[in-house]
Design a protein around this ligand. Structure first.
Ligand code: HEM
Length: 515
């Protein structure tokens, strides 16, 4: 689950949102009462809570704040006709923009400009993400001495697991930079930075496509649709296609990929190196308060917990920590992520579930009963009581009610969207790590090494003192996936980067991130 959120934050962020921070536009009063339509801001689309709601009725909440995503109409974009298009504020590519930032300015703010490294700050003997310059603004901090991070992505502080993986990926960059500096003492800061960034992104793409996505999209489905290849050793996959638009599909970011919100577990276990449970954290106590990961041995214990504790089932149930208590900020109740997802579907004006089925080559339903090919009859009965017509069912809702395709964690409609997205994400990326471009690609020897990258090794190398892990870290520990010493887990051999080729650059003024 947690890696999925990393991928999400790398690929999209709707414009105008504040994520976990309280939105300055208030569409409800602070105690959850409705504001008249005439007084509410024009971007308001508040979620109306029915009086009998089992959770919110306990505290009389009538209204959940919801601010519409900014569109091309709100920006200086040239209006090209057609419906409004929602804007995103991060790069679509899987390029670790959440670590490196989305612009030269963002990047310059978090780079050390020495030895190719990113800024880390030492606290209590550990190396951590640098602190935000506006602690009380960026986090739910009581005072400005609390830990609150600055990174390539403003959502970094949202939950402890996310902050851990952001830290792991940042430390990995510096680990690579230090190793390259030792192997190539003549490299300058910029060369070290760019080469380390390139390796970090390549490992991350390898892990995402070959280790993580097969669990979600099914390995066979991915092979069949050319998202992954049985590419042995050092051979390239030259599938870059200039005509493929790698932008993130609205149906992906606003509906299909959010289905995995159902995997979020509200209890975060802290585990010792022996994998005994030392305690646990409650998710809603730690939204936007990442400092907890720096306390005692929590960084390692939570990392082990995330690698050991099963995620919640991918189904119609959502943990109350995000369904009732999202960003509750010490209040008895917070917001409801599931409602936000459904309302966001409507805000963005996505095609209906039925339209999307048809688009994906599935049978268009002409009656409620026609949905029974993919949705169980008792659930259709519930839908009937909620929607006037079968044509009205939202994509977010219908897609998440389908029986899963064998080997995947989604039904056919969502799987169609997810597969199309991750096809575009690789084929539309001229820098995708398997690409054999002479200037930007890796050598076959380097590719052999990059294909050894794994989540297990990433956690081993970047914990404080994590010394053992199961080799398939996205899967639970079992007889065939036992905990083993980190030293037994394959590592990318960086000696293959000993001055392999001169750093290709002609125009010195075009250096990304130069101060
Ligand atoms: C503790 C974990 C997580 C929390 C608290 C969380 C919370 C949120 C919130 C508050 C939003 C914005 C909702 C809105 O206003 O529309 C959001 C958006 C989103 N989430 Fe999550 N999420 C989590 C994990 C995940 C995971 C595991 C995935 C997928 C694997 C995911 C996928 C998405 C996507 C695709 C978006 C839309 C991003 C955009 O385009 O702005 N999230 N999430």
């Amino acid at each position: 689950m947690q890696w999925g959120q990393i991928i999400t934050h790398d690929m999209s962020m709707q414009a105008g949102g504040t994520q976990s921070k309280k939105h300055p536009t208030r569409c409800c009063t602070d105690d959850g009462r409705l504001i008249g339509l005439d007084t509410a801001h024009k971007t308001c689309f508040a979620i109306i809570v029915p009086p009998h709601d089992p959770a919110y009725s306990q505290v009389g909440t009538e209204c959940l704040n919801f601010v519409r995503t900014l569109t091309d109409r709100d920006s200086n974009c040239q209006y090209a006709g057609g419906p409004a298009e929602q804007l995103t504020v991060v790069t679509s590519y899987l390029d670790l923009s959440l670590v490196y930032g989305n612009s030269i300015q963002q990047n310059s703010d978090i780079r050390e400009f020495q030895g190719g490294r990113m800024i880390v700050e030492e606290r209590n003997g550990g190396k951590w993400l640098p602190l935000s310059r506006n602690v009380t603004g960026d986090c739910d901090a009581v005072d400005s001495s609390e830990v609150c991070y600055r990174s390539g992505d403003v959502r970094v502080n949202q939950n402890p697991g996310l902050a851990i993986l952001q830290t792991v990926l940042l430390r990995e960059h510096n680990r690579i930079a230090d190793a390259l500096a030792a192997l190539n003492p003549h490299y300058d800061d910029r060369t070290l930075f760019q080469e380390s960034r390139k390796i970090n992104i390549a490992q991350y793409q390898q892990i995402s496509y070959y280790e993580w996505l097969p669990i979600f999209l099914g390995a066979e489905n991915m092979l069949k649709n050319r998202l992954i290849y049985k590419a042995p050793g050092g051979s390239y996959v030259n599938d870059f296609d200039l005509n493929i638009d790698p932008s993130v599909l609205n149906e992906h970011a606003t509906a299909a990929f959010r289905y995995f919100h159902s995997q979020i577990e509200g209890r975060l276990d802290l585990l010792s190196e022996m994998r005994t449970v030392l305690g646990s954290l409650t998710l809603s106590d730690w939204f936007n308060r990442p400092g907890i990961i720096e306390v005692g041995d929590n960084f390692d214990s939570l990392t082990r917990g995330h690698a050991t504790q099963p995620e919640e089932l991918t189904d119609i149930n959502f943990d109350r920590q995000i369904k009732h208590f999202l960003f509750r900020r010490n209040m008895p109740f917070g917001s409801d992520l599931r409602s936000l997802d459904i309302q966001r579907n409507r805000d963005h004006g996505l095609a209906s579930y039925n339209d999307m089925r048809e688009f994906c080559g599935l049978r268009r339903a002409h009656s409620w009963e026609d949905y029974s090919d993919l949705i169980s009859v008792p659930i259709i009965e519930k839908l009937k009581s909620l929607y006037h017509s079968h044509e009205d069912v939202d994509l977010t809702v219908g897609g998440s009610l389908e029986a899963h395709v064998s080997g995947a964690l989604a039904g056919p409609t969502f799987l169609c969207i997810l597969t199309e997205q991750f096809y575009r994400t690789r084929v539309g990326d001229r820098f995708f790590f398997e690409n054999g471009d002479k200037i930007t690609g890796f050598t076959p020897d380097q590719l052999v090494e990059l294909r050894k990258a794994s989540m297990a090794r990433l956690l081993c190398d970047n914990g404080n003192r994590i010394t053992s892990m199961q080799p398939e870290a996205f899967r639970t520990v079992s007889g065939s996936n036992p905990i083993m010493p980190c030293t037994n887990i394959a590592q990318v051999d960086l000696t293959k980067w000993i001055d392999q080729k001169p750093y290709a650059t002609a125009d010195p003024s075009a250096h990304y991130g130069r101060k």
